[in-house]
Write a protein that binds this ligand. Structure first.
Ligand SMILES: [Fe+2]
Ligand SMILES: [Fe+2]
Length: 346
């Protein structure tokens, strides 16, 4: 029941006049009404026309403010995406001679794919994709002669300069607050689990997940698609090129599997190699994979020697896996004598 304080407090009205339009039950309620029942909040509410018009003005003001904020954040978001686009094009231009401009886009696409298959959030996936696109931005301005080489072919002086590129990329991007996480992923994309990477020789969990993903995809693309001098040689025909590409795919998958857990994150290698098998399955014939012992199939070939800690040879490189052998290996793996994942040819 609504009570009008003005009516109750107005001396010009007798109590009987005030209540003449009210039924008997309400009369009882009204008589027992105590002013202290009115809460502090109720006292403060002023329902006058002035109050409502003021409220309408405030509402309109808030709506206008929200609209302005929306357009400001839209402009900021657009300029952020444009900045990524421009920087991405610059990176592609810089690498055109060595990878036909495909490197950064390949790393961005497959790193985001792996991140998504690992169940990472949309924000993480976006940052990893962007970091992939911009990870080598610090190489802009580096000598082409040096960039065409694999690190193993570089002189010590060239290697010093080359090793600086992830830090240079980080320095360029960290200026912008939107690039905070992205620049950190880029800074770490050459770090390796065993601490042999650069620039900060981080180890294991010190390496952030985005960087651990890009490390694998970046290495794979370099191994398969970077064109060493002989591929640029005019006497090198299409057939030889295809054959070499096939070998490179096989060798690169094998390299990632062999270095999985010492240099690269095992889960990332497993997911990426599975994608590679689907994508280039036809080209990747017999190659080495690191797989869980219970997923090993009869007929696969062991690709490494496996000894117990006491030096007993359990399985030798080149041996075909039999049912009995698989059982025995699982038993040794369960007690920690050999790894639970082994290298096999399939
Ligand atoms: Fe790099
Ligand atoms: Fe790269």
């Amino acid at each position: 029941m609504e009570i009008n304080n003005d009516i109750l407090e107005n001396d010009e009205f007798s109590e009987d006049e005030v209540i003449e339009d009210i039924d008997s039950e309400e009369i009882e309620n009204l008589k027992s009404f105590d002013e202290s029942d009115i809460t502090h909040e109720e006292e403060e509410i002023d329902y006058s026309d002035e109050y409502f018009s003021e409220l309408a003005v405030k509402k309109q003001y808030i709506e206008e403010l929200e609209d302005s904020l929306d357009s400001i954040s839209e402009i900021a978001a657009n300029s952020f995406y444009q900045a990524i686009q421009v920087l991405g094009d610059l990176a592609a231009l810089n690498e055109r001679r060595f990878y036909e401009g495909s490197h950064s886009r390949f790393v961005a696409h497959w790193s985001a794919e792996v991140a998504s298959q690992l169940g990472m959030s949309d924000t993480d996936i976006f940052e990893i994709r962007t970091a992939g696109l911009l990870h080598d931005i610090g190489k802009i301005g580096y000598e082409s002669r040096m960039l065409a080489k694999f690190t193993a072919e570089m002189t010590p002086a060239e290697l010093d300069v080359y090793k600086n590129h992830s830090y240079v990329s980080y320095q360029i991007l960290k200026q912008h607050p939107n690039f905070d996480n992205i620049s950190k992923i880029i800074l770490q994309h050459h770090e390796r689990l065993d601490g042999s990477g650069f620039p900060n020789k981080l180890e294991g969990k010190e390496i952030i997940p985005g960087a651990a993903i890009i490390a694998v995809v970046d290495m794979f693309h370099n191994l398969v698609f970077k064109r060493p001098k002989r591929l640029l040689d005019k006497t090198y025909n299409a057939q030889q090129y295809l054959k070499s590409r096939e070998n490179r795919l096989t060798n690169s998958i094998e390299y990632l599997n062999v270095k999985s857990s010492s240099l690269f994150d095992t889960r990332v290698v497993d997911i990426f190699c599975e994608n590679a098998r689907k994508e280039w399955g036809e080209l990747i014939k017999k190659t080495v994979w690191r797989i869980q012992l219970n997923k090993v199939e009869e007929g696969m070939v062991i690709a490494d020697d496996y000894f117990t800690r006491a030096g007993l040879l359990i399985a030798a490189k080149g041996e075909h896996i039999t049912k009995g052998m698989k059982k025995m290996m699982i038993r040794f793996a369960e007690v920690g004598e050999i790894p639970k994942k082994i290298l096999v040819m399939k």
